[in-house]
Design a binder for this molecule. Structure first.
Ligand code: BDR
Ligand code: CA
Length: 308
């Protein structure tokens, strides 16, 4: 561990790849995971929170978990249980958690954690952006107070996964995403364009068959349903890539510009990066991923999947 790791708050809608992202976030050298906040997304809030607590206990982490928004700002909640299973952890049921939900809500915890670590904290959001939009309403200075914001969301240069144009996290709460895009952050948006380059293949999954280390067992078990029951050939490591880019931004090239989120009927949730007009702010959007370098970092979770 480097001498002064930077605090990291991770917001999740656990979620198969969220569970893997929590694991990676807990094993970084330059960042220390100090808080987990949960949101409704892949599964309803009760399930994303309970699954997060179970993952925390499974990994033996001492990280507070704050429950967040139970629905998007405007739209009704759309879940992705067909991909993540009923509870969010595929077909895996880790032991019931002993850790408990903290008293503060997620938006309050985001504000408090940022205030306590002003200028030094990194934030990563890998679910719908509802908690961040509410936190911004509580503390509009957040953009000046954080050192880094990485968002898994969007489909900027390639097709979406909810509609042809929209990616899941943005589609679920486009109003929140539009607010965040205009808030004044210089964020790094990690869309499907980048995350689809990081496939954990069926062969990778089989290589974990006799794993017994908790992190490798977690990866194997959360993905069992996708590979065994659904018969997928690969699983993109969406949320882990966002966490990896908190630690090592050089893993991906970026394009820069203003990020716009469509709220229009017909293109709702579409994300674009383009020319900056006053008072727009510039963001980065991940583009080409150095996959080998990503998997080298991912070796902290699954040493046997390092692709050298
Ligand atoms: C994103 O949507 C969710 O289903 C995943 O957890 C990831 O955050 C990918 O579109
Ligand atoms: Ca997610």
């Amino acid at each position: 561990m480097s001498e002064h790791p930077r605090p990291l708050l991770l917001d999740v809608d656990t979620g198969v790849d969220d569970a893997v992202a929590i694991t990676l976030a807990s094993r970084l050298e330059r960042h220390k995971l100090v808080a987990l906040t949960t949101v409704a997304g892949n599964v309803p809030i009760e399930y994303s929170t309970d699954s997060t607590l179970r993952v925390v206990d499974w990994l033996g982490l001492d990280v507070p978990v704050y429950r967040g928004m139970s629905r998007p700002l405007v739209a009704p909640l759309a879940t992705a249980r067909e991909h993540h299973g009923y509870t969010g952890l595929g077909s895996w049921t880790p032991p019931e958690a002993h850790s408990r939900i903290e008293r503060a809500t997620a938006p309050e915890a985001i504000v408090q954690t940022v205030r306590a670590n002003e200028g030094n904290i990194a934030l990563a959001f890998v679910g719908p952006l509802t908690n961040l939009a509410v936190a911004l309403a509580l503390e509009p200075r957040l953009p000046e107070m954080v050192s880094k914001l990485v968002i898994m969301g969007g489909a900027f240069f390639s097709r979406g996964n909810m509609t042809d144009l929209a990616e899941f996290n943005i589609y679920v709460d486009p109003e929140a995403a539009a607010l965040v895009a205009r808030a004044g952050f210089d964020a790094l948006w990690v869309g499907l364009d980048a995350t689809r380059q990081t496939q954990l293949t069926a062969d990778d999954w089989k290589a974990l068959a006799d794993a017994d280390e908790p992190a490798e067992v977690l990866v194997r078990e959360v993905m069992r349903r996708s590979f065994e029951e659904v018969g997928r050939s690969g699983f993109p490591l969406h949320d882990p890539l966002a966490v990896a880019l908190v630690e090592e931004p050089e893993i991906a090239t970026t394009r820069r510009g203003a990020v716009r989120v469509s709220l229009e009927h017909g293109s709702r949730g579409e994300t674009r990066v383009g020319a900056v007009a006053v008072p727009d702010v510039e963001h980065g959007v991940a583009d080409q991923v150095n996959v080998q370098r990503f998997f080298r970092l991912f070796g902290k979770v699954c040493p046997r999947l390092t692709k050298d």
